[in-house]
Design a protein around this ligand. Sequence first.
Ligand code: F6P
Length: 319
Amino acid sequence: MIRKIAVLTSGGDAPGMNAALRVCIRAGLFYGKEMYVVYDGYKGLIEGNIQQVNKDFTADIINRGGTIIRSARLPSFKEPETIKKAIEILNDFEIDALIGIGGDGTYRGLNDLAKAGFTVVGVPATIDNDVGSTDQTIGFSTALNTICDCIDRLKDTSSSHQRCSLIEVMGRDCGDLAMYAALAEGAEGVICAEYPLKKEQLFKKLRKMKAQNKDHAIIIVSENLIDINQLAKEVEEATGFTARTEVLGRLQRGGSPTANDRILATRLASRAVEIVINEEGSRIVGMKDNAVVDFPIEEAVSMKHEHVHGLRDLIEMLQ
Ligand code: F6P
């Protein structure tokens, strides 16, 4: 019988984590369970930084960015000794199940706990949208809107100076933020893992735009792929545009979550609690074709992220 449930957030923070945390706590209390939070992700877990909470803890957090229970990256949370320590701590607190809110890295940690016999449920939250077991992760919508807001502003100044702007966005190895932003902004080009740089094709397009006296050009580039400052120099030499670069960085992770992220968080987190209450085992929740779904954790961790149907065609048209 489940009596005590703990919740943690882990990995890169994402807008909507608080909304998910709120629902986990409220739903757990609704079902008469004792609810706990673990501060600082897996790091706080092995340090025993765990606190019982009530409904008041969740007041006014649905609209707050970041995570009020903080997050951390703990690369050592895969070593058998560390996993053993985590389970000892959870047992000391008599916690029966752990809900982890985060991305791939968080799931790997949860999977190790599950393999060691502890009940866990995962809720997908990362701005990268790179989790295989869900169409959309909590935080993606907000980060995308933030990127679009920044690019709208950049377009104003780019137009005034007739410049080409190269904007680097996050996403780790996944091009979703770059591709969706390119579509939403009508960008002239996108460079990401799915669409590697084709220099000559890009330069040809920019030269043509310059010849037509176009006001500005927007090129969106995913992080960790190319040196955008070097590319900006080459754009200047090859196309006649003056070029400027912007790295949006962690600005993309901040801010109040969109309504979409708050609702996504609410739907996913409430299912996570149901799984624990119904003792359905260690699972990962997600959203597929706008329905809440869940998978056994060992299956979910090996699922590859798929792009929504038709996205590639739209990008092809744009290139
Ligand atoms: O996973 C979210 C993310 O923002 C990635 O897009 C990025 O590559 C990474 O985290 C940066 O992590 P950190 O803030 O720990 O350097």
